[in-house]
Design a protein around this ligand. Structure first.
Ligand SMILES: Nc1nc2c(c(=O)[nH]1)N[C@H]1C(S)=C(S)[C@@H](COP(=O)(O)O)O[C@H]1N2
Ligand SMILES: [Mo]
Length: 311
């Protein structure tokens, strides 16, 4: 079923049609457009009009080369350079996202339809991997809450489940039993509706490279990176906690919450400090902050919870 959002739904703002069209033409020009735009390893000019967000960190961003060549995306292999090497053939246009479960307006929504009605913002957020490295990434995206509100969250919805594309012919990692495919993730509804939680569609002023989860991925900056699921094709509102890939794989090592927490170590290594990617092997280690530094905004979500138990 293909359907559009009703036009009388409330949005804080509307992205000008020209921005949306420009983005579409960029996307259909495939990865070549992005490569052509790179001068000195960075996009020459911002091509996506995105207003800066006050929710950004003021830390200097990680270099574009590091953000786009040191990745985790097991659909393309387990090596950090596998995604940039093997994601080039992924078809990302056309793309649609199925929204279902406890929503008033379920359906399959084209990405163009989704993006035509949101205000894209640049949000500079830290991504902290459970493997104890971190990057600061200038994402372009919009609050997940905007999309969920448009779809109409029903009162019984307690969780949001996300699913990555399953397409083994274009995702060579899915031809191996590395994980239980497709990759799935989830958030509690209050986490999903929090203004820091975004759906990212770009970075460094340009469309999202495939290795970073094109054309649309989640970014939850106070949680370990594995929660930030890439290349999303399905979003379901549920009343129970949905299964999540890494918890299913190894539930004593990876929990549902996965809030960045320097006081709760991974069973096989410490989470007390992190290696800042790009800062050099010996120079760039620093103490990890509770909730990845976003405690002021999100700590209240977990009032009364034992975060050593709910890891
Ligand atoms: N579908 C999918 N999403 C995924 C992953 C993956 O393997 N598959 N890896 C996760 C992990 S462990 C991390 S740290 C981040 C890395 O995002 P980046 O490569 O854009 O930095 O993506 C997350 N999202
Ligand atoms: Mo990660």
């Amino acid at each position: 079923m293909k359907r559009s959002f009703r036009s009388d739904l409330k949005w804080s703002d509307v992205t000008p049609q020209s921005v949306y069209l420009d983005r579409r033409s960029l996307m259909s020009a495939a990865g070549g457009a992005l490569v052509a735009a790179l001068i000195g390893g960075r996009p020459a000019a911002a091509k996506i009009a995105a207003k800066p967000s006050a929710l950004s960190t003021s830390e200097p961003p990680t270099k574009f080369e590091d953000i786009t060549t040191y990745n985790n995306f097991y659909e393309f292999g387990t090596g950090k350079s596998d995604p940039s090497q093997y994601a080039g053939n992924l078809t990302i246009d056309p793309w649609s996202v199925q929204i279902d479960g406890l929503v008033d307006r379920p359906g399959s929504y084209g990405l163009g339809d989704i993006l035509a009605k949101v205000t894209l913002e640049e949000r500079i957020y830290r991504l902290r991997c459970v493997e104890a490295w971190s990057m600061v990434i200038p994402w372009i995206g919009f609050p997940l809450a905007d999309l969920l509100t448009r779809a109409g969250v029903q009162p019984g919805a307690k969780y949001v489940a996300f699913q990555t594309l399953l397409r083994p012919e274009e995702m060579p990692g899915q031809q191996m039993a590395l994980l239980d495919w497709p990759y799935v993730e989830g958030l509690r509804i209050d986490e999903a509706m929090h203004p820091l939680t975004i759906l990212a569609t770009g970075l460094y002023g340009d469309v999202l490279p495939r290795q970073n989860g094109a054309p649309i991925r989640l970014v939850v900056p106070w949680k370990y990176g594995f929660k930030s699921i890439k290349s999303i094709v399905k979003i379901s509102l549920t009343d129970g906690e949905p299964p999540t890939t890494w918890k299913q794989m190894q539930s004593n090592e990876y929990g549902f919450y996965a809030n960045v927490n320097p006081n709760v170590d991974h069973p096989r290594w410490s989470q007390a400090s992190e290696r800042v990617v790009g800062a050099g092997l010996f120079a760039g280690r620093k103490p990890t902050l509770m909730f990845n530094g976003y405690g002021e905004q999100v700590a209240s979500l977990y009032a009364g919870q034992d975060l050593a138990k709910d890891y």
